[in-house]
Design a binder for this molecule. Sequence first.
Ligand code: ZN
Length: 416
Amino acid sequence: MTRGWGQPGRTASGPARAELLRQRNLALALGTIARAGRCARAQLAEQTGLTKATVSSLADVLIASGLVVEGDPDRGLVGRPGSPLGLDPSGPVGLGVEVNVDYVSACVVDLAGEVRASAVLASDNRGIDAREVCERAARLARSLLSSPPVSGLRVAGLGVALPGLVDTTGVLRRAPNLRDLEGIAAAAVIAELLPELPSTVACGNEANLAALAELWFTDHEGRDDFVRVSGEIGVGAGIVIGGELWQGTNGLAGEIGHVFVDPGGPRCTCGARGCLEHIAGQEALLRAAGAYGGPATALGSGLGSVHELVTLARSGDGATLDALERAGTALGVALAAVVNVVDVPVVVLGGLYADIAPWLASAIVRELEQRVVSYPWAPTEVAVSPLGAGAAVRGAAGLAIRAVLDDPASWHPDTA
Ligand SMILES: [Zn+2]
């Protein structure tokens, strides 16, 4: 899914092992400071289990690397004052960009995982030349980066979320809802259009990146195994097992939108018939409910069609409730198949599904109960994502942040 970053761990010995250990300790210290927000050296030693001397040396390296700053001493009632360590407010930050079927979006996220700025542009990208779509995304990103809250911050790298099957080389192999981008390394094109940024770029499928955002940026109470299904024009899933995204051999796992659920269903953009997307996808749902479908509806823009759907459901509109019941049932059937295969305890409803979860949940639970073989003694939990519609772009920015958090040593001036 990603490229440009991440070297596999190697077995080392002697000096190489000592260097590896130092790198891991640096990552541990930086991660602890990022989570704490403000952390004295003594506190850092306590939380990491490292000696005070080691922590002090690591802190000096992180400061010299421009990742951490030392604040004014906190004067306690007893003992010597400690100077708290905190993240450098000038960055680095990660830039996330999402190109989706009916919008482009961008966000800037800092090492603590906080969104410092974000922007969305509603634009139906179907039938538009790939270069023009990438230019739309690059223009939005450049405009965001020049806006007051984030202008001047150091950008560590670019992460791009794409609505289709992204292979391990970064090429969008299949995007049934955005054919013009197929065969294009869209992230690389966007990076070329932003030459002022570092050349570090990573990309991935939007549902996968939304699942990573769930893992990185929510309090998921130690749940490291789940499937997160994202409802937009396309329907995708990200599978997290053991705290890692499970991508499959070719980086293409999680295509739940094209799981067969309806023998009488219409032909799908993928070429098959009866796909989940044709019952539970955003446009199928809006059409069945008689609601308007404009661009960026999954983000609450585009005349607010998702809000319209919610309003219709609340008012008890028969067609809407029927459409939601049908979508919930189809989602439950598809999710039960996934749970039976990969055995995860939680399914998370994201994107559009988070907004309409109250009308989907009972049908989903009913189907899981009937179809998941382990349900009688290990019932599958159905959770609703708290991340809203911006999960994928936040996950994309997260790729850039994780690269810094995992390898702070690469930021030291001597390394450069
Ligand atoms: Zn299909």
